[in-house]
Design a binder for this molecule. Structure first.
Ligand SMILES: [Zn+2]
Length: 274
């Protein structure tokens, strides 16, 4: 049997290695991934419609990735850090409207089947003016409302502090979105339900963090946050990290067949398959 080996947060860039990076992932044993939109340098975002061009790049990578035999769940959404630059450029009110349009376009692509989830969306991971954070929260709440209607998941990019999971759970509740459909990307090594308020977690695939997440209950997904930027090769984990690490922990007996199937198949499928 081929073990499922799933990377829950991976980016490709038209100016990077693109689909070649996924050939390497496949060769290392990778079977599936959440392919997440990143603001591509090729598309400057200053209006809602710019998001459509950006998201269609992700959708086109997803089609090529499927041709390699990979299971791909595309995630599209207005990257939260964009709010900062847009607010400077257009004023906060207009920036929020543009981000909300991006959210509407993302939801439309989930509805039409071009994407499986909304992401990565949320709040900047660094301290910002409170008015920026409040605007980001309104955009995110709008996204969760749309996700609840669609029954899709939302991949979160945000700060990580004591209040993070509580705030995400409260937003999900207010939208009527099951908390588990909210996935905290770049999460501390936790297990869903153990300190996450029911929110799902995607944990960076270092050996230490994966071991820690296993010891806490093992209900998590693993990710690289590969950014496909040849100019910053050391800035992120190699594209092969998830298959290599999970295979290693399976070989050493630290993850059973059942553990690997839960982390790399059952959880992603329960959240993303449509
Ligand atoms: Zn990312």
């Amino acid at each position: 049997m081929e073990l499922p080996l799933y990377d829950d947060h991976l980016h490709l860039s038209p100016s990077g290695r693109g689909i070649d990076a996924l050939r390497e992932f496949r060769a290392a044993g990778g079977t599936g991934l959440t392919l997440v939109t990143l603001p591509y340098p090729e598309v400057r975002i200053s209006s809602g419609e710019d998001f459509r061009r950006s998201f269609s790049i992700t959708a086109s990578f997803a089609r090529q990735a499927r041709d390699l035999g990979l299971l791909v769940h595309p995630a599209v959404g207005p990257y939260p850090v964009l709010m900062v630059g847009l607010a400077e450029q257009l004023g906060l009110e207009r920036a929020e409207a543009v981000m909300k349009e991006g959210m509407d376009i993302a939801a439309g692509m989930v509805a039409s089947g071009e994407a499986d989830l909304i992401g990565e969306v949320g709040r900047p991971h660094f301290p910002c003016d409170p008015s920026i954070i409040e605007a980001c929260d309104r955009v995110l709440q709008h996204g969760m409302d749309l996700a609840a209607e669609l029954g899709c998941a939302v991949m979160i990019h945000s700060e990580t502090d004591e209040g993070t999971f509580r705030s995400l759970a409260a937003m999900a509740d207010s939208a009527g979105l099951p908390r588990e459909k909210v996935v905290k990307h770049s999460s501390p090594a936790l297990s869903r339900g153990e300190g996450t308020m029911g929110v799902s977690v995607s944990v960076p695939a270092s050996r230490t963090l994966l071991r820690e997440a296993m010891s806490k209950g093992g209900v998590f997904m693993a990710e690289t946050d590969f950014i496909d930027d040849p100019a910053r090769p050391g800035a992120i984990m190699a594209v092969t990290t998830v298959p290599k690490r999970i295979k290693g922990l399976h070989f050493s007996g630290e993850m059973s067949d059942e553990d690997v199937i839960r982390v790399c198949q059952d959880i992603p499928e329960s959240l993303y398959s449509r």
